[in-house]
Write a protein that binds this ligand. Structure first.
Ligand SMILES: [Zn+2]
Length: 429
């Protein structure tokens, strides 16, 4: 067993100084005070970690990892021209190999920042599954479905086949959702077909919803709302992860709260694309679980959950003119346990016996963070990915003191650069 002693165990519900955390395979066997801890057994792998904080691994509730390879290819452009003139033309040239390399590159950054679970939507998802498998972390994967471009339903069949191939694979590290891209790219009859498959498979659904003002206004013109699309199509018969939720229509927050829906709040992407601010406080007060996501690096440029947490807190406080709108504890919960709930993934996101052994050791001893009066404040408002010392995923040490332990980071980097160079057809620095 792995035994971590002397750190502060930190979740929004608990703060246990000089704690003991015992990992037994993929599960947490003990998390608590030194007094109640079981004795160490011969052969245990014991670490003393004073001055550190241990938190649950971060859950990135919405991303497109392969887009790492397009990071910085087009910035400072609004969403629709960004997609139509920049992203889609390059994506049309992307091969499954490019998608594999982009995803591997993204996972280097994510894991080094303490992310142990990703919710990914893209194409060539077998390659994405392969990359997540290699990284050691867990993920929910989704074939992105553009209904308007799927007249023969080939993509939809691929999405269903993905579920049949990978659901529960790799010791349950992989889950699969069905992924109609968005109401504006999938006509109503297509959404109904996806919903029928989701119901038959009992699969969750991952969709972009109410990302822009224009998108919600268009649905209102059609006599419906973002939340009503989920019910009228039947998608909400299963658990739904709704990415963004920036512009719920009048009455939508109550509708979402009455459904099994989690929202993936992507503050950096929303800010950078000039989309607006999701009403996280009102969603959470209504009872909708709100997790934090990065979105793809082509829009957000970074996958660092520490930056996303800061952005989420700042937006909520600034837009409501209330410094208590989202507290440090609220934001840490959103980035961990509430993110797991937003994905519908139980047994994830807590430091408790029986939960999955995805944990992050954060070193708060640096002058970059000290002095630390309140570890919640230090983690959310001050720390960055630089303070991540160790990452355990499914009870396995995958990252420690700046080094990736299960993948060859130098090889990933050079393969990804070669793909990026070829795709963008212009020189890299
Ligand atoms: Zn997205």
């Amino acid at each position: 067993m792995i035994r971590l002693e002397g750190a502060t165990l930190l979740t929004p519900e608990h703060e246990i100084s000089d704690g003991v955390l015992v990992l037994d395979g993929a599960r947490i066997a003990y998390a608590g005070s030194r007094d109640g801890a079981p004795p160490a057994a011969p052969g245990d792998d014991v670490s003393r970690l004073p001055g550190r904080v241990i938190i649950p691994g971060f859950v990135n509730t919405h991303t497109h990892l392969a887009m790492q390879i397009l990071r910085g290819v087009a910035d400072d452009v609004p969403l629709m021209p960004w997609l139509e003139e920049h992203v889609w033309p390059i994506e049309a040239r992307m091969t499954p190999e490019d998608i594999l390399q982009g995803t591997r590159l993204a996972l280097l950054e994510a894991v080094a920042a303490g992310v142990t679970c990703v919710n990914d939507m893209y194409g060539s998802m077998d390659r994405v599954a392969e990359a997540i498998g290699e990284s050691g972390i867990r993920g929910m994967i989704t074939q992105g479905l553009i209904g308007a471009q799927d007249p023969e339903r080939d993509s939809l069949r691929r999405g269903v086949a993905l579920y049949e191939r990978w659901q529960g694979a790799m010791d349950n590290r992989l889950q699969v959702a069905l992924g109609p891209h968005a109401p504006y790219t999938c006509p109503p009859d297509y959404l109904r077909e996806v919903a029928d498959y989701a119901t038959a498979l009992h699969a969750p659904v991952h969709i972009h919803l109410a990302e822009t003002r224009g998108e919600t206004e268009e649905l209102l013109r059609q006599g419906t709302t973002p939340a009503q699309v989920l019910t009228s199509s039947g998608l909400a018969r299963e658990h739904v992860v709704a990415a963004h939720g920036v512009f719920p229509a009048e009455g939508d927050i109550a509708r979402l709260a009455s459904l099994d829906v989690g929202v993936a709040h992507c503050p950096i992407s929303n800010l950078k694309l000039g989309c607006g601010f999701a009403p996280t406080r009102r969603l959470r007060e209504a009872g909708v679980p709100v997790g934090i996501g990065s979105d793809g690096a082509a829009s957000a440029n970074v996958l660092d959950p520490f930056l996303s947490m800061k952005a989420a807190a700042w937006i909520a406080k600034g837009t409501s003119e209330d410094a208590a709108a989202l507290t440090a504890k609220d934001v840490l919960r959103m980035a961990t346990r509430e993110g797991a709930m937003a994905l519908g993934w139980q047994e994830l996101g807590a430091l408790e016996q029986g939960y999955l052994a995805d944990v992050v050791v954060v070193d708060l001893r640096s002058y970059r963070v000290q002095p630390v009066f309140d570890p919640f404040s230090a983690i959310v408002y001050t720390a960055t990915a630089q303070q991540v010392e160790r990452v355990y995923a499914s009870g396995r040490l995958v990252y420690s003191e700046g080094r990736h332990l299960v993948v060859d980071a130098a090889e990933v980097l050079s393969s990804a650069r070669a793909s990026a160079q070829r795709l963008a057809e212009r020189p890299l620095l």
